[in-house]
Design a protein around this ligand. Structure first.
Ligand SMILES: Cc1cc2nc3c(=O)[nH]c(=O)nc-3n(C[C@H](O)[C@H](O)[C@H](O)COP(=O)(O)OP(=O)(O)OC[C@H]3O[C@@H](n4cnc5c(N)ncnc54)[C@H](O)[C@@H]3O)c2cc1C
Ligand SMILES: *[C@@H]1O[C@H](CO)[C@@H](O)[C@H](O)[C@H]1NC(C)=O
Ligand SMILES: *[C@@H]1O[C@H](CO)[C@@H](O)[C@H](O)[C@H]1NC(C)=O
Ligand SMILES: *[C@@H]1O[C@H](CO)[C@@H](O)[C@H](O)[C@H]1NC(C)=O
Ligand SMILES: *[C@@H]1O[C@H](CO)[C@@H](O)[C@H](O)[C@H]1NC(C)=O
Ligand SMILES: *[C@@H]1O[C@H](CO)[C@@H](O)[C@H](O)[C@H]1NC(C)=O
Ligand SMILES: *[C@@H]1O[C@H](CO)[C@@H](O)[C@H](O)[C@H]1NC(C)=O
Ligand SMILES: *[C@@H]1O[C@H](CO)[C@@H](O)[C@H](O)[C@H]1NC(C)=O
Length: 631
């Protein structure tokens, strides 16, 4: 999640250098002509898979060294403070911004999608929440025709990816943060832990929720991700610095492996085929058009993220027939679902005034605001560098405290919301010409999701509080679906992002209920101790219709969690990937990133992406022993 309030901290107090030795920054001319595996995208998932495939140089059962090449559009990050210090905004040069097509559910407003374009991808710039969905969220993947993808199957991979460190005793005494290691890993690459600091007013927020009968949940990572939680973060201990995929799976030993090559600042522009078998990739410098190609003997592994992976498949001839023939792209495999089933979580910002709060608020708040304490910010940053204490140990974007609520805990009118949802015909809300398989898949998902809406074991509502006068409400399990489709054969042109926000009216109903719930919270004695006042949408906005209008006027389509555009589902439900993440009808081509999720979990997405990629690596290794599978 990214705050609308962006601050450029004028901190020139630390000098840093670009860490980039000969092997990391090799050019195209240093590459081999052929690799066993080429990974497209050195982001979150791509680095996991490349690391795991190269960690045992002899593969599973052959004596041949398996060589892996990662091609990444971005650069290696420069190790500057914004990439490491949680409280400093991440450098804009690693962000890519897509602007959507006008959203008809948002009065034709456009909305932004942000992604990371840098080695490590989203995890170099993200808000650092490191939490999992509920067991039901993953069991739904299995239910959609994917054996081996339920919660119990994924739990070992969540563990494998992380080293979890409990919160300090002081934090444990004041906040719900379980030291229970059972659902956690303690030897994995990604640091998962808690800042040693919090703002006192966040305790009012927990008390407020508790007074409304909301569960204060110290253990949200064991399959019941509901309640008011003090979230673990992707934070490495003992350094108290961001733990990105670049740090966890790439920098250091892995990047120096003889069998692990990487090429940065280059874009894969096309997957090459011999018949229906992926045989290599074509790539070009990021800003150039001079292409080169590299051969692949085993698999092309696509990990370009939920926006660019469907773009690449479409450019390569895998996708909806009409779209590709309209652009004169020769069809390699017709797959109507490529780019559809796009999901993100719509978010709405509620501006507050905490009129009785005199103490500090997050130091990185807009310096132009009347509550910014410049002296406090300077002092806290010095404290961070000296002792790894203080406000800068908390993430810049949204802190670490969130409420995940089931619909039944948001509104006593939950049955009305669900009954209304049942009257909506997916055929009527799908764009005309939508392939019937996609509509069948959407209906199958809505059936499952409405069961989730009636359950107390998974959430539909997220809201944040980081101690500043702002709360964000998020619809975690939207019923709307969008698409990401190319409109040009130029790989440098962004694909068209259509979130489909609020095309299913239930998503508005859920956020209306959420806003009303936040008003109850603001009126609780604990929040009134802070003198909480709602500034926007404000008290003139009262009836459900008025609240809905305010939401439609200002909701953002994204919570920076794009998923689902190459869904792992049966082909006849509009799916693109089989349960081994292989593209239907093609040999030697897998997708391992957030695009594979059939339904978005009620969670932030990075820890799920890591778990999925860890499992993908095992699936790929397992198939190495099946001799003869790849030529
Ligand atoms: C601003 C922001 C805030 C977020 N906050 C949180 C949070 O607090 N908690 C959380 O859990 N999640 C958060 N997320 C989401 C999380 O980071 C992502 O879900 C996750 O990183 C996605 O991983 P991925 O492997 O699917 O894609 P990415 O990590 O995006 O990796 C894709 C990579 O492929 C590269 N690439 C793309 N196209 C090509 C091409 N053609 N050739 C070569 N390379 C290519 C890209 O440059 C990128 O590095 C946030 C994301 C963002 C952007
Ligand atoms: C949005 O745009 C569509 C197509 O241009 C138009 O038909 C519709 O009236 C617009 N809606 C609003 C609220 O402006
Ligand atoms: C939801 O409400 C029920 C009934 O009051 C309560 O038992 C449960 O703990 C609540 N769940 C959450 C996540 O707040
Ligand atoms: C620890 O954090 C500092 C920034 O405060 C950074 O310079 C250093 O590289 C980090 N060390 C590791 C191992 O991440
Ligand atoms: C490459 O393009 C990016 C934007 O796409 C731009 O910021 C950068 O300056 C360009 N670099 C060069 C060397 O042209
Ligand atoms: C917030 O409340 C304080 C105290 O009443 C007041 O001085 C300040 O102007 C208010 N700020 C905003 C943005 O309303
Ligand atoms: C294609 O889509 C992109 C991204 O939305 C947009 O900038 C561009 O104008 C579109 N081009 C055409 C020809 O429609
Ligand atoms: C609509 O959005 C605009 C721009 O964000 C804002 O200024 C205005 O107050 C909003 N109106 C309503 C009714 O929410």
């Amino acid at each position: 999640m990214a705050f609308a309030l962006l601050l450029r901290l004028a901190c020139a107090c630390v000098f840093y250098v670009t860490v980039c030795d000969a092997k990391l920054c090799r050019g195209a001319h240093d590459l081999k002509a052929e690799y066993d595996y080429v990974v497209v995208g050195g982001g979150t998932s791509g680095l996991v898979v490349a690391n795991r495939l190269t960690e045992n140089p002899h593969g599973k059962s052959s004596s041949k060294v398996l060589n892996v090449l990662v091609i990444e559009l971005g650069d290696v990050d420069d190790g500057s403070p914004g990439t490491l210090v949680p409280g400093i905004q991440t450098p804009q040069k690693y962000w890519h911004t897509y602007t959507s097509v006008p959203q008809k559910g948002l009065n034709n407003r456009t909305s932004q999608l942000y992604t990371g374009e840098v080695v490590g991808g989203g995890t170099v710039i993200n808000g650092m929440f490191f939490n999992r969905g509920s067991a039901l969220d993953y069991d739904a993947w299995e239910e959609l025709g994917n054996p081996g993808w339920g919660w119990e199957d994924l739990l070992p991979y969540f563990k494998k990816s992380e080293t979890y460190s409990p919160a300090t005793p002081q934090i444990q005494a004041q906040y719900p943060a379980s030291p229970d290691l059972r659902p956690h890993g303690t030897r994995g690459p990604v640091g998962s832990s808690y800042p040693p600091f919090s703002f006192d007013q966040i305790r009012n927020w927990f008390s407020g929720w508790a007074s409304l009968g909301v569960l204060v949940n110290p253990q949200p990572n064991a399959g019941m991700a509901v309640g008011a939680i003090h979230s673990s973060l992707s934070l490495a201990q003992p350094n108290v610095s961001r733990s990105s995929a670049a740090d966890a799976y790439f920098r250091g030993e892995a990047s120096q492996r003889e069998n692990f090559d990487s090429l940065t600042a280059h874009r894969v522009v096309q997957i090459l085929f011999e018949g229906k078998t992926a045989s290599g990739v074509e790539y070009a410098p990021r800003n150039g058009s001079q292409t080169s190609h590299v051969k692949v003997s085993r698999e092309v592994i696509v990990a370009a993220g939920a926006a660019r992976s469907p773009q690449l498949l479409q450019l390569s001839g895998i996708g909806p027939r009409e779209l590709l023939t309209g652009l004169d792209i020769p069809l390699v495999k017709e797959l109507p679902g490529v780019g559809y089933n796009f999901q993100d979580q719509p978010s709405y910002y509620i501006a507050l005034n905490l009129t009785k709060l005199s103490g500090p608020i997050p130091a990185w708040v807009d310096p132009t605001s009347d509550v910014y304490h410049e002296k406090y910010a300077e002092q806290q940053l010095a404290l961070y560098y000296a002792d790894r204490e203080g406000a800068y140990t908390m993430p810049y974007q949204a802190g670490s405290d969130v409420a995940f609520l089931p619909l039944k805990n948001v509104t006593s009118d939950y049955a009305k919301v669900i009954d209304h949802a049942k009257t909506i015909d997916i055929d009527d809300i799908s764009p005309s010409g939508t392939d019937p398989s996609i509509i069948r898949g959407h209906k199958a998902q809505v059936n499952i999701l409405l069961r989730h809406y009636a359950s107390r074991d998974t959430a539909v509502h997220e809201s944040t509080f980081n101690g500043s006068p702002l709360m964000i409400i998020v619809a975690l399990k939207p019923l709307s679906r969008g698409s990401i489709l190319i409109n040009s054969t130029d790989p440098k042109t962004d694909p068209q992002v259509d979130f489909g926000t609020f095309t299913h009216p239930t998503d508005v109903d859920v956020l209306v209920a959420s806003l009303k719930k936040i008003r109850e919270l603001l009126n609780s004695p604990a929040m009134q101790e802070l003198g909480a006042i709602e500034l926007s949408p404000g008290h003139s906005v009262q009836s459900d219709a008025e609240i809905a209008a305010a939401l439609i006027n200002s909701t953002l389509s994204s919570w920076q969690h794009p998923v689902g555009t190459l869904a792992m589902m049966p082909e006849d439900l509009g799916g693109v990937l089989d349960p081994e993440l292989r593209v239907y009808g093609i040999e030697g081509l897998r997708v391992v990133d957030a695009s594979m999720m059939p339904i978005i979990p009620a969670s932030h997405t990075s820890s799920t992406v890591y778990a999925v990629a860890e499992k993908a690596a095992d699936l790929i290794k397992a198939s190495q022993s099946e001799s003869g599978q790849y030529r």
